[in-house]
Write a protein that binds this ligand. Structure first.
Ligand SMILES: NC(=O)c1ccc[n+]([C@@H]2O[C@H](COP(=O)([O-])OP(=O)(O)OC[C@H]3O[C@@H](n4cnc5c(N)ncnc54)[C@H](OP(=O)(O)O)[C@@H]3O)[C@@H](O)[C@H]2O)c1
Length: 215
């Protein structure tokens, strides 16, 4: 059993928690500073997950999924995760996130590169951004299943990337390494993989620039 941390107890955070629990992992969730009745909410949305502090996640989790709105990332003390593996599932949505300070001067960088630049000691991995929360429960399938959905993993830290790939496989998806954090831009809203159901071969082809998905 591994311990998985989740920051943010919203739609994505609780869906990932359910999948990790189903895979036999221990799940710790750090909710919003404004959260009320979090234990009761988790009892309904991710029974078995435990409320914990960021410190507990940073100390105990093999990996922690960052599942907060992109515009609120600066409200999370990510410095506490220096040396820890963090999966950045966040997407920038202007209507929700406005124009967060963290994006100032970002230019063409992927949002995860921006987060990594802000917190260079965190072993940041970009994944899950391209998977809708509503598909997390329905599309997860055991390893070896025909037609299993593939998910991309992008990171500058190969070992961290492998840890996350192993987690994705455990919770029901074929992990596909697509390269460095910069290469993970294809997971973002409006980009090739966003919201698309693809299998391993198709994902590899898209990542290598050899394939285009039908509209
Ligand atoms: N929805 C999707 O299908 C989907 C798929 C892939 C990726 N994503 C991305 O994943 C992230 C989460 O999406 P979501 O749909 O789960 O959003 P959501 O339902 O709004 O949940 C986000 C949660 O994060 C909490 N939060 C805010 N600041 C926090 C902090 N400092 N510490 C801990 N928790 C905090 C929020 O609490 P408060 O309400 O109290 O602020 C809320 O409970 C977003 O960046 C989104 O773009 C979403």
């Amino acid at each position: 059993m591994s311990t998985v941390g989740v920051i943010g107890a919203g739609k994505v955070g609780t869906a990932i928690a359910r999948l990790a629990l189903a895979a036999g992992d221990d799940v710790l969730i750090a909710g919003s500073p404004n959260a009320q009745f979090l234990e009761q909410i988790l009892a309904m949305t991710a029974p078995g997950a435990r409320v914990a502090s960021l410190d507990e996640l940073a100390d105990a989790a093999e990996l922690t999924v960052l599942a907060v709105p992109f515009g609120k990332i600066d409200s999370v003390d990510l410095e506490r995760f220096t040396g820890a593996v963090v999966v950045d599932a966040a997407n920038y949505w202007e209507p929700v996130d406005g124009t967060p300070a963290i994006l100032a001067g970002a230019g063409a960088l992927s949002t995860s590169e921006v987060v990594q630049a802000r917190h260079p000691g965190v072993r940041l991995v970009k994944s899950l951004n391209h998977l809708g929360y509503h598909d997390m429960d329905t599309d997860a399938a055991p390893a070896g299943s025909a037609g299993r959905r593939a998910l991309a993993v992008a990171a500058d830290d190969e070992e961290a990337s492998d840890i996350v790939a192993s987690f994705l496989d455990r919770i029901g998806f074929d992990p596909v390494h697509v390269g460095a954090l910069a290469d993970g831009a294809i997971l973002q809203p409006g980009e090739a993989l966003f919201g698309r159901f693809v299998q391993r071969a198709e994902l590899l082809a898209v990542a290598a620039g050899r394939g285009e998905l039908a509209a």
